[in-house]
Design a protein around this ligand. Sequence first.
Ligand SMILES: *Cc1c(COP(=O)(O)O)cnc(C)c1O
Length: 385
Amino acid sequence: MSPRWSLVCSACDREETPPARLATLCATCGAPWLVHLAELPEPTVKRALEARSWSLWRYREWLPIAGSEDPVSLGEGGTPLLPASRLGREFGLQHLLIKDESQNPTGSFKARGMAAAVTRARYDGATALTTPTAGNAGVALSAYGRRAGIPVTVFAPRGTPPRILEQIRTFGADLEEVEGHIGDCGVRARHHAAERGAFDVSTLREPYRIEGKKTMGLEIAEQLGWRFPDVVVYPAGGGTGLIGMWLAFRDLLRAGWVQGTPPRLYVVQSRGCAPVVRAFHSGSDHTDPWPDPDTAAVGLRVPSPLGGKLMLQALRDTGGGAVAVPEPDIAWGMERMTSAEAVDAGPEGGATVAALKELVHAGRVEPGHTVVLFNTGAGWLYRVP
Ligand SMILES: *Cc1c(COP(=O)(O)O)cnc(C)c1O
């Protein structure tokens, strides 16, 4: 049987069929791989979905997994797309929705990517796993590694919220706190991987986390009755979720599952670390490293994302844009999301409310548009115990 998917380089023409085991970056040019399904699922598969439970594995025809394979799962995905009518009224919007990813196992959408990555890594024979993290990726890898029975080492910046560090330890990973930001942690993780034979599942160095996160796009479309929203507002750091949804919406259209125009994608970052926003507005096709990244939204504290080029492509391809919000507005946005809608907003989710305010003000969002804000992680993980 021919393989269900191959790996295609996001920058050069190289294709790997069958995909290399424990694949990292393209051997020709060093750019990230993207998964290419040999065949997109037929629209008739929609009917089969109805009988399946609400985890991301309900979309297994869309995912790089063999028919007989058991995923490493904690029930990730299937999060609610909540109407936010009170918050919507504050902005004059009739169809505002919140995709509440804080309801994932481990309290953030990092669960989706890690479920997919650890599933493939276990199948490919990984004996140890490692990742640099701004926080939530470390919690998720610690939990999914434990679930798979594979030891995990996590590198996190000193100053990561204490509850996040506590959760990483709770699921049993070795935790090393590093002076610096996630880029510095990445250097340590790569060193550890080379020395100990651990597989490094850093954002976009490993092709399957994007695949787990693309299910957010599939879910939103299904939850809207196989329609696209008009606008998605997404707090981006490394970019896996943005790139994954971009590809999902594109493929839903190609496969004939959804008609219409894929949503405009908007990236939100903090003014304390906004490499993607700066590159978008300067017309650049790549991001330049952001000096001294500083924001309470730790998931957005990624000064030099490997997926910078792909994020910029996603924004331009969909006619979206990029907003850098002032740091104090992030706390304001968290408070608004939590008090208006009872969603336990993390700072990254709060940033989307602050960005929405700017988008409405600039006339980029209109009253009748269907707009999806992302609450990517739970607020409780960030509060001081
Ligand atoms: C990692 C993270 C982000 C950024 O996600 P990417 O898809 O890698 O850009 C946003 N919010 C939270 C809570 C995160 O943990």
